[in-house]
Ligand binder design. Structure first.
Ligand code: FES
Ligand code: FES
Length: 153
């Protein structure tokens, strides 16, 4: 088969047409009645980067909306898109528990078939790290203070 067969349809679809790519402005956050959080994370080894926008309800800590921008490859874009979608409706304290394994599982077409080839798993780790960065910004703590969940890269 071709290398394309190693990617799920969801990865291919989200890479071409991500549903959560973009930004949230201060104005939009205000209209939603939430607080805007912007977090950047860069992979030092390769210069790839992701920026995450959250609009958070300050009373309930629930993420009302979530968007991203990415300098990563197609897998990083698809992973960030799935990650941003998983964040919506969760409390910040719960969103921080989402790992890159959860993201990869969400991208599968079939529960037993990996969504990306193994050598691309590292591209989803940024999506995991930037959540911790955003949560740290919102909760006013260092991102390192969150427990490392199990990840694969
Ligand atoms: Fe750099 Fe995927 S994010 S190769
Ligand atoms: Fe940079 Fe994959 S090459 S995260």
């Amino acid at each position: 088969g071709s290398i394309w067969d190693e990617y799920s349809n969801q990865v291919i679809r989200r890479m071409d047409d991500p549903t959560h790519q973009g930004e949230i402005t201060e104005e939009q956050a205000k209209q939603m009645g939430g607080k805007l959080i912007v977090a950047d994370f860069g992979a030092e080894s390769c210069g790839d980067a992701v920026r995450l926008y959250w609009c958070v309800n300050p009373e309930t800590d629930v993420i009302l909306d979530s968007k991203f921008k990415s300098f990563g490859c197609g897998t990083a874009i698809a992973s960030s898109d799935a990650m941003a979608e998983l964040c919506v409706g969760k409390k910040v304290q719960d969103a921080v528990k989402i790992t890159n394994i959860d993201v990869e599982k969400a991208l599968r077409d079939h529960p037993d078939v990996p969504a990306v080839p193994p050598q691309k798993m590292h591209c989803s780790v940024m999506a995991y790290d930037v959540i911790k960065k955003a949560a740290g910004t919102y909760l006013n703590v260092d991102m390192e203070s969150f427990e490392e969940e199990q990840i694969i890269c």
